[in-house]
Structures are given as C-alpha cells and as structure tokens.
Design a protein around this ligand. Structure first.
Ligand code: HEC
Length: 197
C-alpha cells in the first residue's frame, strides 16, 4: 500500500502526463485537463495509477467529457446520476407517447448533458475495467446515447415524433450496450451466485 506522499506524487505525475498531452490543444482541452486533475484528487492511489496508464486518446476523450458536461457534482455517485438519467429517459418516453415535442426535447437535452458524478466515471467502474482496451468503447457509447438524445431533441422540436421514437430506440440501445460492458445485474452480490455480478 502506498503512503500519502507517494499517492500525491502519483497525482502530480498524472497531471504532468495530462499537461503535456493538452499542450497546443484548444481551450476545451485545457479546461478538461484542469477538471481531470480535480477528479484525480478523489481517486485512490491504485486508481490514479490505472488512470495514468490509459492511452492518450482515452485521456483526451475523458477530458472532453469532463469539459462538455457543465453540471458536476461534488457529492453524487454514478448510481445516483444514473437514477436521474433514468428519470429523464422515462420523461422522454412519456412525452413521445403523448405527442409532446417540447417536453421530449427538453428532457433529451438534459439527458445528453447529464450531471457528472463526484470524481467522474472511473471511480465507479470495476477496477479491472479501467484499461485502455475496456474503455475504448466509451466514444461509441457516447455517440449512441448523447448523439441520439440530441437528434431526438431536434426531431421532437420539429414535431417529427416518428423520428424521435426511432432515436429513442437507438439511444436506449446505447444504455443497454454500456451496461452489458461495464456492470452486472443491479444488486447482485457474492451470495447470489446465479445472478450476474
Ligand atoms: C458509459 C456507460 C453507461 C451508459 C451509456 C449508461 N449507463 Fe447506466 N450505468 C452504468 C454503470 C457503470 C452503472 C453501475 C454504476 C454502479 O453500480 O456504481 C449504471 C447504472 C445504471 C442504473 C442504476 C441501477 C442500480 O443499480 O440502481 C440505471 C437506472 C441506469 N444505469 C440507467 C441508464 C440509462 C437509462 C441509460 C441510457 C439513457 C444509461 N444508464 C446509460 C453505465 C452506463
């Protein structure tokens, strides 16, 4: 187990690695780098090491996510953020079913720009999933969920509820894909061996 000093050194080195990467990048990336540094402060030494070892592309993607989502919580966990996302998802379904384009568009935009949990996403994933290979699926998941949520909002605003319903399906497929990849059955424990953990 590393001591506090080594841990802080680890964070410092991670930030250096991020820093050299964000050099010459647009403002968006510089801001993303600052935010990633803040996220790393709440991570354990083991997780900081894993985060530091990620490829430049994944780090860049995580910085992009951190800077694009302007609602960042200092207290909420990923499960709590997911419950909020679920509430938006259900609201969109209700709006489509009742031909309420304005309601669907607003909820879809909130979903696309959802809140970020404390420390970002990495602290909530199984540690063995914090690898370049495992996280390389993230950009396509983001496209599926957030890209389709934006398209859904535009279609719903124009009153095109058939397209909105179509994007709703594609967006939901993104939720499913990410859950299949990163988590087991909600609530499964070591004492429920037949359930997927
Ligand atoms: C980038 C990957 C990713 C995407 C995309 C994603 N989720 Fe999740 N979701 C997770 C992870 C990981 C967890 C488990 C978090 C934990 O247990 O700490 C989770 C958990 C949840 C939970 C909580 C279940 C429980 O244990 O209470 C709900 C509800 C949920 N997601 C809904 C959604 C919906 C709806 C969407 C699509 C609009 C979505 N998620 C998209 C990764 C994702």
């Amino acid at each position: 187990m590393q001591n506090k000093k080594q841990w802080l050194l680890g964070i410092g080195m991670s930030c250096l690695a991020l820093g050299s990467q964000a050099e010459g990048q647009p403002e968006d990336m510089k801001r993303g780098m600052e935010l990633m540094k803040q996220q790393m402060v709440v991570m354990s030494p083991e997780l900081v090491q894993k985060a530091n070892a990620l490829s430049p592309e994944i780090k860049k993607f995580l910085m992009h996510v951190a800077s694009r989502h302007e609602r960042r919580s200092d207290t909420l966990t990923l499960v709590q953020v997911m419950h909020e996302i679920l509430a938006e998802h259900q609201m969109i379904g209700a709006a489509i079913a009742t031909d309420n384009g304005a309601m669907a568009a607003d909820a879809a935009r909130r979903l696309a720009l959802h809140r970020l949990p404390k420390g970002g996403m990495l602290p909530y994933l199984p540690i063995e999933k914090v690898t370049t290979e495992s996280l390389s699926v993230l950009p396509s998941m983001e496209m599926a969920v957030e890209g389709n949520a934006q398209k859904l909002a535009e279609a719903a605003e124009k009153g095109d509820m058939v397209s909105a319903a179509h994007h709703y399906g594609e967006m939901t497929a993104g939720c499913v894909a990410c859950h299949m990849h990163f988590r087991g059955q909600p609530g499964a424990t070591a004492y429920t061996p037949r359930l997927k953990q």
